[in-house]
Design a protein around this ligand. Sequence first.
Ligand SMILES: [Zn+2]
Length: 223
Amino acid sequence: MKRKSQGRLLLLLLLAAAALLLYLRQDTPPDYQSDGLLRVCIDAGHGGDDPGAPDRDRTRFEKDDCLSMTLAVETALRASHPEIEVLLTRTEDTYLKLDERCDMANDWRADLFVSIHRNSAQSDAQGVEIWIPSGKPAADKRLAQAIFDGLKAVGVSKARGVKGGTAANPTSDYYVLGHTDMPSCLIELGFMTNAEDNALLDRHHNAYAQAIADAIADTLLAQ
Ligand SMILES: [Zn+2]
């Protein structure tokens, strides 16, 4: 009798343990901030039928500069920081809607989202600026500031700073910053319309990519 009740107790304990395991696996949403994986989603702006801004001769287009820099950042991350998983919203000259870019990052549960763009202006404006959501959340600001400091250390024509909101409205957000669930920023990597910025981008291409990769890694590892 005693042995039989011990057996029943053991069976009950095993069943309880199995139920607990099942509960933990199925009913607890994965906590992407502490699941031990380090994930960054990098978004090359524009693409396909959307060329973005042209240079003054209309021979160079923002979409191509965004993609080549994004691919270079991915290469730098894979080489220097293999512990970080990288997802690119596009790897070719393809058109993607803004909500599709956000869905990719959110569904994949990225820890950080970095969108790469280039600026343009009628004036002779130049330099690098990085945008974060209008509320300037601390985590987004940390990410953007780390990237900004890295780019500045490589060399930019003008350090325009980390800014909240959009160029048109300080209380609104760029779509991809307002619709992604994780800390995010949008890099404006110099002006397409400024010859010095284009020359700097070409000369420092790999150094800029490495600076962005290192800043992403430092931010992820500090989280
Ligand atoms: Zn753009």
